[in-house]
Design a protein around this ligand. Structure first.
Ligand code: 6PG
Length: 238
């Protein structure tokens, strides 16, 4: 295949289920075991917002033993607030998952919302680059990256019309958005699209229209097209 021919993107997998949480937990754990068998660690990127909370709680509560000590946690985006702030994505993940399982604290790559966004972004970018180099990768490659979808078609903190959408070099940058709080730090599409498996979590029937538009190539979330990985949507039904 000549270099200027872009291989067709595999279509995303859509899983429509009334058992949203169970389906998400099963898929995450299965991918985690495969990653650990293959590379010795499981690199899981967490989504923010409210949808993932029930999934994180169920992950923490599952009775099957899981090798949490081999898990590395990152955050697809963070609001620029202190970690104890109610708006912090880290706080939501800590309360629902990280405080309940034995992930070594050194394996949690928190985006420091309490420092200036540019500093927090650079810190995270450097941490990811160090691990990527150790893994022999050009870009940090999440085994599973969880993402949400906003009603305007944003994902992470990559909002419609934002210059952050056009970032081609950096992996983590400051970003603004209309969803409060406005100042954020976000993974960029180069980093997102280096993931092995992207898992969108959607559990709100009111978002079905924007989902259909994303699947037609509209909105920022449509730019999630992993270079070598795949995309699965877990869509909760009532
Ligand atoms: C954030 C999230 C954002 C979120 C969507 C969906 O920090 O707000 O990263 O991208 O995933 O806005 O949010 P809900 O799950 O609350 O609907």
């Amino acid at each position: 295949m000549s270099s200027d021919v872009i291989p067709p993107q595999p279509s995303p997998t859509l899983i429509r289920t009334r058992d949203f949480v169970e389906a998400a937990v099963a898929l995450i754990c299965e991918a985690g075991r495969v990653a650990i068998d293959s590379r010795g660690i499981f690199r899981l990127g967490l989504a923010g917002g409210s949808t993932p909370k029930a999934v994180y709680e169920a992950l923490a509560a599952q009775l099957n033993p899981f090798p949490w000590e081999k898990v590395y946690i990152t955050f697809g985006d963070e609001r620029c607030v202190p970690p104890e702030d109610a708006a912090s994505n880290y706080r939501m993940a800590y309360e629902s998952l990280l405080s309940r399982v034995a992930i070594p604290s050194a394996n949690v790559l928190r985006i420091r919302g309490e420092v200036p966004a540019a500093q927090a972004a650079s810190e995270c970018e450097c941490e990811l680059a160090t691990i990527a180099e150790r893994m022999g990768e050009t870009l940090y490659s999440h085994d599973v990256l969880l993402l949400g979808l906003g009603e305007d078609g944003h994902t992470a903190s990559l909002f419609p019309g934002s210059p952050a959408l056009e970032e081609k070099e950096r992996t983590v940058i400051p970003a603004f958005g209309p969803k409060p709080p406005p100042q954020r730090v976000s993974f960029t599409f180069p980093l997102i699209n280096a993931s092995r498996h992207i898992l969108f979590l959607l559990n709100d029937p009111a978002k079905e229209p924007v989902l259909q538009e994303v699947l037609l190539g509209q909105h920022p979330a449509a730019r999630v097209r992993p270079n070598h990985g795949r995309v699965t949507w877990i869509i909760g039904e009532r």
